[in-house]
Design a protein around this ligand. Structure first.
Ligand SMILES: *[C@@H]1O[C@H](CO)[C@@H](O)[C@H](O)[C@H]1NC(C)=O
Ligand SMILES: *[C@@H]1O[C@H](CO)[C@@H](O)[C@H](O)[C@H]1NC(C)=O
Ligand SMILES: *[C@@H]1O[C@H](CO)[C@@H](O)[C@H](O)[C@H]1NC(C)=O
Ligand SMILES: *[C@@H]1O[C@H](CO)[C@@H](O)[C@H](O)[C@H]1NC(C)=O
Ligand SMILES: *[C@@H]1O[C@H](CO)[C@@H](O)[C@H](O)[C@H]1NC(C)=O
Ligand SMILES: *[C@@H]1O[C@H](CO)[C@@H](O)[C@H](O)[C@H]1NC(C)=O
Length: 931
């Protein structure tokens, strides 16, 4: 009796201890969980597993972005999601700070989508490593989860959403530490992110298993068909397993072979890590009784595998496999008399391996976070700061920053926050940015002193004009070795430096003076009339000023254009003398007319930095594209002026002409003829390309047209204009597929002798940017040549210049294509859709030109005129080939290229005779740049 009692007591004590242990375990385990329920009003607990969800208000306090989506099926309260309204391009990140370096974690985003929301697609990144593209169109109605596993390298991790189209959204975010024996980095390569593709509890028909059965809250989905049969056993195993015992207690078995076949893998080749988990559930199976071979994609990877071969009934197999499109894992029973049982498998995981993308150096990241925090103190409402999330440079830089690739890292080199309405002190942490060489904080409301930069600073240019700075200028500024440009004017309380320090010939400076623009000319020559819908005006000096200065700069204390700074390198707008050069008659339109033509902006056909573009029809039946400056864009004002200025002077058959403009009621509107065949980009790999493949001769003639348009720009009025945003989406096609270069919002006069050539802001589009211009800011026509080279690669390959959803080595079109071209393997880069439909010699000419255009050193690049000649040659070769084909083709064919063929006789000299040394054939290949 006593004995019995004591046993009971023991059992009871054990039970209590056990319960206590479970409780302690679960609460301590959950303590390290981050479980965010986005936009939730209060904390909540999931009944089935006790997970406590907290709201994400701490990360994003703005409740404007919350949406409730209804879930009638689940009969639940409704789910909240948070959407992020990102204008232009950008990313948003959850900055999770409860991370311990060296520890492995899983992070899981849930993206529930409701019908009430606009469709969108966005990338999901861990740190700066993209692991998934979420598209609401394909997940509609389903809850989509993206899970990645990583080993923490620092005390935080950023979980980021990178906008593609529409607004990114998220419903829940979970972060879980993983136990050490889960061993995901078994092969020692922890510089990877493992994206979970499958995690399956085989043989189970019940609920998914997660926390608290799995202390790391991995979700084991029930699955596996039961063709061979399933085992559901109560086998108890006490040894360590990296999988919950409950998951191992069911299995799939088959007397001959178990097939795990996946046909829905991504088409792109990836490495995968596969884990197979085995627990012998049948007591009658001893060593040597259940032996099987493991095949991966029909290749025997493990032969004679026996779970109990190592003396335990539990075993785990980890494999590296490479797969694209599909994966076939087959377990085949070994045919041997002593082997009586077929294969078994209890659970598996398949993880896609993504190499860890290098982030910006920690010093820069920390410094920029400090800069952000310092600025936030006085500018909590600032729009630009609201976009500063995650890594300052990657995969796209924060607005207002320029980053460069230096010593295999992406580092911050320029801060451009001019006219951003910022106040408070200039953040002192900018001095901690090791590679910073240019700072432009002009025309804000900064107060306090100019920060002190260390003597090691690489600062080249500092512009703090038009603020409220005070005190003396730090003497140390003048001894910074690289500083050559210093603008301090229009700070009434700044104590001017001794002229001695400034009167140093190395400085380009305003000597601290604030010089107002003389307004005497500004109204001269203003000729505007208005008749019915549009009226013809002679564009002359003053019309812009009329347009622009009617708008009141109510929120800006300083009007940038009211000051002219001595020796300002490149005038950011074309100066007034420039437009008496030539006058072209263009129309002004009334707002009423524009609204009628576009049926109140009914059909949106495009969007750019400047604003939106709508389709319309004028009363005379002409189809037009109407570009409306967006109300919020200050940048747009400058682009509007620029475009109006340039296009009112320039006409060329390969440049989009301007029909007229409207600047009523603070609206700034430009009117162009409608280009019915859309953009080259759309034809190459956009929607239009899905309907019809653009043939090679047309691609060639479009490239030639665009090159002629750019040549005209580059040689305009003896001085030359640089487009600065050459890209395939800015090459438009009219109804006869003639190329017209568009979008002159960023264009500038080429710097002249005496100008430093350094431009205030680097402009252009990622993927097309000339690395030399980007890093030195030295603007020349060769920057357009580089971008045009990228366009040529696009017409060859039909690939986008930058696509982070491709494998890392294919992100950049230039970097991907170059090695193939150097190894003369052009068939590897040619668009598969035009294979066999081009003349090899013509293709080679274009490839050669493209390669020369993307030379890292601008001096080695050809001029646009050289390129025109090369493309003319290529087109002649191509057309002679097709003429020949046509002559044997009784149906005849298009004569679109006949004009070019006629020109053959008058073709310019060959490239050897070109005036400028042309690198096309003679220049040795320069060593590849690190970018
Ligand atoms: C929600 O939970 C968090 C963390 O457990 C706690 O700090 C916070 O006070 C809770 N909020 C409410 C409203 O209960
Ligand atoms: C898997 O690949 C890594 C290299 O990525 C290698 O070090 C490791 O040995 C491989 N493991 C197996 C089991 O093949
Ligand atoms: C295993 O079998 C038991 C009863 O035999 C059943 O209650 C349980 O749901 C089964 N488990 C699974 C995962 O199928
Ligand atoms: C797969 O891993 C091997 C090394 O283990 C590596 O060389 C290869 O580039 C990887 N492939 C992909 C597509 O990442
Ligand atoms: C999968 O691999 C096994 C073993 O090599 C093979 O017998 C089977 O035909 C393969 N299945 C498919 C669909 O490829
Ligand atoms: C800065 O100046 C030093 C010497 O004055 C020079 O060697 C260095 O190249 C300059 N660095 C940059 C980034 O311009």
């Amino acid at each position: 009796m006593m004995e019995r009692l004591s046993i009971w007591a023991l059992v009871l004590v054990n039970l209590v201890a056990f319960c206590f242990l479970i409780l302690a375990q679960s609460s301590s385990a959950q303590k390290d969980f981050v479980s965010l329920s986005c936009c939730a009003n209060q904390n909540s607990t999931t009944d089935s597993n006790g997970i406590v969800w907290t709201t994400d208000d701490l990360y994003f306090p703005d409740r404007q972005t919350c949406h409730e989506i209804s879930r009638p099926v689940e009969n639940s309260k409704g789910i909240f999601i948070r959407t992020f309204d990102i204008t232009g391009s950008g990313k948003v990140c959850y900055h999770l700070t409860t991370v311990v370096p060296g520890q492995d974690y899983l992070v899981r985003g849930n993206f529930s989508f409701g019908d009430s929301l606009a469709l969108s697609s966005f990338g999901v990144l861990i740190g700066v490593t993209p692991i998934a593209l979420v598209s609401s169109a394909s997940s509609s109605g389903n809850d989509l989860a993206v899970e990645g596993i990583f080993r923490a390298q620092k005390g935080y991790v950023d979980f980021c959403l990178l906008k593609e189209e529409g607004n990114p959204y998220i419903s829940q975010l979970e972060l879980r530490p993983l136990s050490n024996d889960s061993d995901y980095y078994f092969n020692g390569d922890s510089r990877t992110v493992l994206k979970v593709i499958r995690r399956v509890n085989l043989g189970s028909t019940g609920e998914d298993i997660r926390y608290p059965d799995d202390p790391s809250d991995r979700i084991w989905k029930s699955g596996g068909d039961s063709i061979g049969g399933i085992i559901n056993a109560t086998t108890v195993f006490h040894g360590p397993t990296s999988v919950p015992i409950k998951v191992l207690q069911t299995a799939m078995v088959n007397p001959d072979q178990l097939v795990l076949l996946f046909n829905d893998f991504e088409k792109i080749q990836y490495n995968y890590t596969v884990f197979l988990y085995f627990l012998e559930l049948n007591n009658n199976v001893g060593v040597g009784k259940r032996v099987f071979d493991i095949y991966v994609n029909s290749e025997k990877t493990l032969s004679g595998f026996d779970i109990q071969g190592q003396g335990s009934i539990y075993r785990k197999v980890a494999m590296n496999v490479t797969a694209s499109g599909s994966l076939n894992l087959t377990l085949v029973k070994v045919s041997n008399e002593s082997v009586v049982f077929g294969p078994i498998c209890n659970a598996y995981e398949i993880l896609q391996v993504h190499s860890w993308a290098e982030e910006s150096p920690q010093g820069d990241v920390d410094a920029m976070l400090d800069v952000k925090n310092e600025l936030l103190q006085s500018n909590s409402e600032s729009e630009v700061l609201a976009t500063w999330w995650g890594d300052p440079c990657l995969p796209i830089n924060w607005q207002g920053l320029v980053c460069d690739y230096i010593k295999s890292f992406e580092v911050v080199t320029k801060i451009h926050l001019s006219s951003r309405n910022l106040s408070g002190s200039i953040p002192s942490s900018i001095a901690n940015l090791l590679y910073l060489n240019e700072v432009n904080l002009s025309y804000n409301h900064f107060t306090g002193m100019i920060p002190v930069f260390p003597t090691t600073s690489l600062l080249r240019s500092l512009d703090v004009r038009g603020n409220d700075l005070m005190g003396p200028i730090p003497e140390s500024l003048f001894s910074l070795p690289n500083l050559t440009t210093l603008y301090l004017g229009c700070n009434p309380n700044l104590i001017n430096a001794s002229p001695a320090s400034l009167n140093n010939s190395k400085f380009i400076t305003d000597y601290g003076e604030c010089i107002a623009l003389e307004s005497s000319n500004s109204k001269k020559g203003l000729v505007i009339g208005t008749v019915a819908c549009g009226s013809v005006v002679t564009i002359a000096l003053g019309i812009l000023i009329y347009c622009l200065y009617r708008r009141k700069f109510a929120f800006k204390r300083y009007d940038m254009k009211a000051y002219i700074i001595k020796k300002n390198a490149v005038s950011s707008i074309l100066s007034t003398e420039d437009f008496v050069l030539k006058s072209i008659s263009i129309q002004t339109f009334t707002l009423q007319c524009i609204e009628a033509a576009t049926q109140k902006y009914k059909t949106l056909i495009g969007e750019g930095g400047f604003g939106s573009v709508y389709r319309g029809t004028l009363p005379d039946g002409q189809e037009v594209a109407v570009k409306v400056r967006s109300a919020t864009s200050t940048q747009g004002t400058r682009e509007f002026e620029n475009e109006l200025n340039l296009l009112s002077m320039i006409r060329h058959e390969n440049l989009v002409p301007l029909l007229g403009f409207c600047c009523e009621n603070d609206q700034q509107i430009l009117v162009y003829p409608f280009m019915s065949n859309g953009s080259l980009q759309d034809r190459l790999y956009g929607e239009a390309s899905k309907r019809k493949i653009l043939d090679w001769p047309t691609r060639l003639s479009v490239a030639l047209g665009a090159a002629r348009g750019l040549t005209h720009l580059h040689t305009f009025s003896g001085r030359g204009i640089i487009h600065r945003d050459v890209k395939s989406s800015n090459i438009l096609l009219d109804q006869s597929m003639n190329a017209k270069v568009a979008d002159f919002g960023f264009s500038k006069y080429a710097p002249q002798e005496g100008d430093s050539g350094a431009s205030l802001e680097v402009r252009g589009t990622a993927g097309y940017l000339d690395p030399e211009y980007y890093s030195t800011q030295h603007l020349s026509a060769k920057s357009d040549v580089f971008s045009f080279g990228v366009v040529l690669l696009e017409i060859i390959s039909s690939r986008e210049p930058l696509n982070i959803h491709r494998p890392r080595n294919e992100w950049s079109l230039v970097e991907w294509a170059k090695p193939y071209i150097r190894e003369q393997k052009i068939e590897e880069i040619v668009d598969p859709n035009i294979k066999g439909m081009y003349h090899a010699e013509a293709m080679w000419r274009v490839v050669e030109v493209a390669l020369a255009c993307i030379e890292p050193f601008s001096a080695y690049r050809p001029s646009m005129a050289d390129i025109v000649r090369e493309l003319e040659d290529a087109l002649i070769i191509e057309n002679n080939a097709s003429e020949y084909l046509k002559s044997i083709d009784s149906f005849g064919g298009s004569n679109r290229f006949s004009i070019v063929i006629e020109k053959k006789a008058v073709l310019s000299p060959t490239r050897e005779q070109a005036a400028e040394p042309s690198p096309l054939s003679s220049q040795p290949l320069a060593p590849p740049e690190p970018r």
